[in-house]
Design a protein around this ligand. Structure first.
Ligand SMILES: Nc1ncnc2c1ncn2[C@@H]1O[C@H](COP(=O)(O)OP(=O)(O)O)[C@@H](O)[C@H]1O
Ligand SMILES: [Mg+2]
Length: 445
């Protein structure tokens, strides 16, 4: 993409309505625009990051054998009456009537709808296990939408639902989700810690929330420092191997880590003092096992091996995809702007032309642009007729992890400059070497 052809409405001033860094930077970098309180349009740069997060979520879910589908945003109130949640959900649910005065709602979550899909077509244990998921917009009429996309009213969520014959099978599904989530957040450059959680309106027996550490987080968190040393990396995981999957879950859930709602001061006090950390965190996902809470009232049953009809065992698992864009920025920025982790960056590198209009510099930028595109780096070329300072400020604000600076002086020596946004360190190298380096960096993104 060339900046002169792109749509990147950058704000020079700090928007007054933004209370936290990520909201301010998303507005300033032209990523989002508020349409109504808690409802945002995703402008091209923001949409690119959001789409990238969706892609990572899809890849990690499908790696574990979970199957994508797409359910609608508008749902029938009758289904929610069957589970009893139509009245329970309260004012957060946006209730709508169609022209026939039928009660509908904008889905805040999809347990009822997915259970209805399941019961209409699955009847035998032979069709299990089954995990279906989608990434779809949700609406919750939050009393105080705030912090931009972090607590919106309309927001994008990945929600997945497992259907299993036995409690043990459903616990395996729960464990699979925990492992896929850990890897998903790692690929996004985040450290998200699973913490024992309350189950809230979803209900059920078991739940973990995933929290990204950040001082602006809405939840108080207490944890053993040891947990922040754990990484999953890109090791091969056989998701059908229950032992292997539950061993990873064991490792990640053994150190103390709880949100304020579940905090136990006595347990916490047993950790060596230098490892006891109190802080704040942003909830970026939550998993639940709730057994037959929906399958029983909604009669989602299967016939087991003995020929008996039993309600299916279920769980649901959510990732706050749009909230994650804000959470990543909260975790990765400096006073000049965003610093995208390579895994989620909207463009792999920026090209800054220091002398726009100079034939040799323009030609070098053009060929770099073509070569980086061919190498799969997806560059953003700042081809505006602007001062170098303004171009650098734009690149720093939008946070691309790498910048290639091209100017007549360097070119005379056959060099361009490659700069890391994170460390600020620069290196002079040939354009070919810069392309090779960036190709390598993004090779297995
Ligand atoms: N109002 C919101 N705005 C943005 N993301 C949200 C919002 N509410 C929930 N999410 C995201 O969706 C994920 C799954 O939702 P869930 O756990 O059901 O919500 P909650 O914790 O609010 O009950 C949450 O972990 C969070 O990341
Ligand atoms: Mg939650």
């Amino acid at each position: 993409m060339r900046l002169t052809r792109y749509f990147l409405p950058i704000l020079r001033e700090n928007p007054a309505e933004a209370q936290i860094t990520s909201h301010r930077l998303m507005l300033r970098a032209g990523m989002i625009r508020q349409a109504q309180a808690g409802i945002y349009s995703w402008l091209p740069l923001g949409f690119k990051v959001l789409s990238r997060l969706e892609q990572i979520v899809h890849e990690e879910q499908q790696r574990a054998g979970h199957i994508p589908l797409l359910m609608p945003t508008l749902q029938s109130a009758d289904l929610w009456r069957e589970s009893g949640r139509y009245d329970d959900y309260g004012a957060e649910m946006l209730r709508i009537k169609d022209r026939h005065q039928r009660d509908m709602l904008y889905g805040p979550t999809n347990e009822e709808l997915i259970t209805d899909i399941f019961r209409s077509s699955v009847g035998s244990y032979k069709d299990l296990p089954l995990t279906l998921y989608h990434i779809q917009w949700k609406f919750r009429d939050e009393v105080r939408p705030r912090f931009g996309v972090m607590r919106g009213r309309e927001f994008l969520m990945k929600d997945g639902y497992n259907f299993d014959l036995t409690v043990e099978d459903a616990i395996h599904a729960y464990n699979r989700h925990m492992v896929t989530y850990i890897r998903t957040y790692e690929r996004m450059g985040l450290k998200a810690i699973p913490m024992k959680a309350d189950t809230g309106p979803i209900g059920g027996d078991h739940s973990h929330e995933f929290l990204v550490l950040a001082p602006t987080g809405e939840s108080g968190v207490f944890y053993d420092r040891a947990i922040t040393d754990l990484t999953l990396g890109d090791r091969d995981i056989d998701f059908t191997d229950r032992g292997a999957v539950s061993e990873i879950v064991e490792t990640w859930t053994t150190p103390y880590a709880r949100t304020d709602e579940r905090h136990d001061a006595d347990e916490f006090a047993k950790i060596p003092e230098d490892r006891r950390i109190e802080g704040r965190g942003i909830e970026v996902g939550q998993i639940f096992f709730f057994g037959t809470k929906y399958s029983e009232p909604m009669k989602a049953v299967v016939v087991n091996e003995a020929g008996e009809r039993v309600p299916v065992q279920m769980g649901s698992h959510g990732i706050g995809v749009s909230r994650l864009v804000g959470a990543i920025i909260e975790a990765s920025h400096d006073d000049k702007g965003i610093i995208w982790p390579e895994g989620v960056t909207p463009f792999g590198a920026g090209i800054v032309n220091l002398r726009q209009g100079d034939a040799a510099t323009d030609a070098a930028c053009e060929s770099l642009y073509a070569d980086l595109t061919k190498a799969g780096v997806d560059p953003l070329y700042d081809d505006r007729d602007e001062r170098a300072g303004a171009k650098f400020a734009t690149m720093d604000l939008i946070g691309l992890p790498w910048r290639v600076t091209v100017g007549p002086r360097g070119l005379a020596a056959g060099k361009v400059e490659l700069t890391s946004r994170r460390t600020g360190e620069s290196e002079e190298l040939s354009p070919e070497a810069a392309v090779a380096r960036l190709r390598e960096i993004y090779a297995n993104r």
